[in-house]
Design a protein around this ligand. Structure first.
Ligand SMILES: Cc1cc2nc3c(=O)[nH]c(=O)nc-3n(C[C@H](O)[C@H](O)[C@H](O)COP(=O)(O)OP(=O)(O)OC[C@H]3O[C@@H](n4cnc5c(N)ncnc54)[C@H](O)[C@@H]3O)c2cc1C
Length: 442
């Protein structure tokens, strides 16, 4: 209870700090001598523009993977927030010129190519944010490769704030008083410094804590287990179920890292394991990694962990496909801790031969009070277990009467987790007891 209470307090604290960061630059604009306002519509539109920019500045802090923010919420939640707040910033930015033109139609001239440079900078900043949002929401539809998208995202983000800062400095109306213009310029410079930290300083720091490949073993279901060990240091302290960003074949400076859940026990930081399913360019090459090869690890991240809910009377895990990875990490940790509380694992897969970690899960049943419920889509003819999908009825058949008091951990394809979340709500499990990890951040 105490641990959960601390997380809630920390989350409230950081949400407060976020609001302060967004509001502070606006409050500073109202301090000291303020130029006379014009119409309400005009001042409101200008306020919207400044608010949007303040939000854009905070995006760089949000995505810098600082431990103090990621630990409170989990980095996945922060990325989702980043996604939605970006839409808010875009709406505010679009409203800024539209309202101004509504108030003063002559301003439409500033949309033309012969407009003054600082106005063109403002238009270009708006275009950059629009592109940022469009390429992020529709990346897959646009068939943008993840690495290219990531590069584009960083370039457009810096362009957007630098161009917006040029726009503000050029207009220089509400920022004319001493200190105000400098404040906005300082904010723009801090963004560039933050980016330098994320792209240069942090990767260089990671390079001082190297790991190496110990072995790669094939798993059922087009997956591999990648085992790594630290090079002359104690390894990572992490909560079971968390994930890291892993760089293999490239240094962290190349920004070619991929997120993977830690599938090994949190009590064995010297021997970390990842279960990686072959899906694309990077994951399909894991099988070719050789013992001794250098690995870099950034982490741990994520809030998907039983240790954040230590007082639950029992845990229910729901996995689909390679979603078993973080859950296996939690089960292995629980087994090593000698856990006696009841546990349930609903594990959905297409067919038995593809069921990753099947043998180990069966073995874990003798070390834990684990109720293993395998749900096959294409069961063999002699299969007597569950088949089809994880439905509300199926869950009710296996869960105990106190099902609303248990904590639930879901990881799998988004349609599966969404459907299970729905079923759990329907059988009376409170939303706060359901924790989901999504492997699809963008
Ligand atoms: C929190 C988290 C934990 C994960 N844990 C596991 C795990 O334990 N086992 C496992 O097999 N997979 C895991 N994944 C998914 C894994 O990161 C992707 O499958 C992998 O990065 C795909 O890379 P690729 O080049 O092989 O495939 P691609 O075909 O290039 O990409 C497939 C999809 O994976 C995503 N992706 C690609 N590159 C990255 C990247 N650098 N960062 C983030 N997402 C990317 C994109 O949505 C992309 O569309 C996890 C993902 C997240 C977000």
């Amino acid at each position: 209870m105490q641990a959960k209470h601390n997380y809630v307090l920390r989350s409230v604290f950081w949400a407060g700090v976020y609001l302060l960061l967004v509001m502070l630059p606006l409050v500073v604009l109202l301090l000291g001598p303020v130029p006379p306002g014009t119409t309400f519509g005009w001042d409101f539109a200008v306020g919207l523009g400044f608010s949007a920019l303040a939000i854009l500045f905070t995006m760089f802090v949000l995505t810098a993977r600082f431990n103090w923010t990621t630990h409170a919420f989990g980095i996945d939640i922060i990325y989702y927030f980043h996604r939605w707040i970006a839409l808010v910033a875009l709406v505010l930015l679009l409203a800024h010129p539209l309202i101004l033109i509504g108030v003063e139609p002559l301003l439409v001239e500033y949309l033309k190519p012969d407009a003054p440079g600082h106005m063109l900078a403002g238009n270009a900043a708006l275009l950059a944010v629009l592109l940022l949002v469009v390429t992020s929401i529709w990346r897959k539809v646009l068939r943008l490769h993840y690495d290219l998208w990531r590069f584009l995202h960083a370039v457009l983000a810096v362009l957007a704030v630098v161009l917006a800062a040029i726009h503000i400095a050029g207009v220089n109306y509400y920022t004319d008083a001493p200190g105000k213009r400098e404040l906005w310029l300082l904010l723009a410079v801090s963004v560039v410094l933050l980016l330098l930290y994320v792209r240069l300083v942090r990767p260089l720091l990671l390079m001082r804590h190297r790991y190496h490949v110990v072995e790669v073993t094939a798993e059922r279901g087009d997956a591999c287990t990648l085992a790594v060990a630290p090079d002359g240091h104690h390894g990572l302290t992490f909560l079971p179920g968390q994930f890291v960003w892993l760089s293999l074949w490239h240094s962290p400076l190349a920004m070619r890292e991929h997120p993977f859940s830690i599938a090994s026990s949190a009590l064995q930081p010297q021997s970390m394991k990842f279960i990686i399913k072959q899906l694309g360019d990077f994951t399909s090459c894991i099988k070719d990694a050789r013992p001794g090869q250098r690995v870099y690890i950034d982490g741990p991240f994520g809030a998907f962990s039983i240790d954040r809910y230590p007082n639950a009377p029992g845990y229910v895990f729901v996995a689909g496909g390679v979603g078993i990875a973080p859950i296996l990490g939690m089960l292995r940790t629980l087994a090593e801790r000698g856990e006696r509380r009841p546990l349930w694992l609903f594990y959905a897969y297409r067919s038995l031969p593809r069921l990753t970690a099947y043998e180990e899960l069966q073995a874990l049943q003798s070390r834990l009070q684990l109720n293993l419920v395998i749900v096959l889509n294409e069961p063999p003819p002699d299969w007597t277990g569950e088949r089809g999908f994880i439905t509300r009825e199926l869950l009710q058949r296996h869960l105990p009467a106190n099902l609303a008091a248990l904590d639930y951990f879901l990881c799998g394809p988004p349609p599966m987790t969404a459907s299970v979340e729905h079923s759990l709500a329907a059988i009376g499990v409170p939303q706060r007891r359901v924790h989901t990890e999504l492997f699809d951040m963008v």
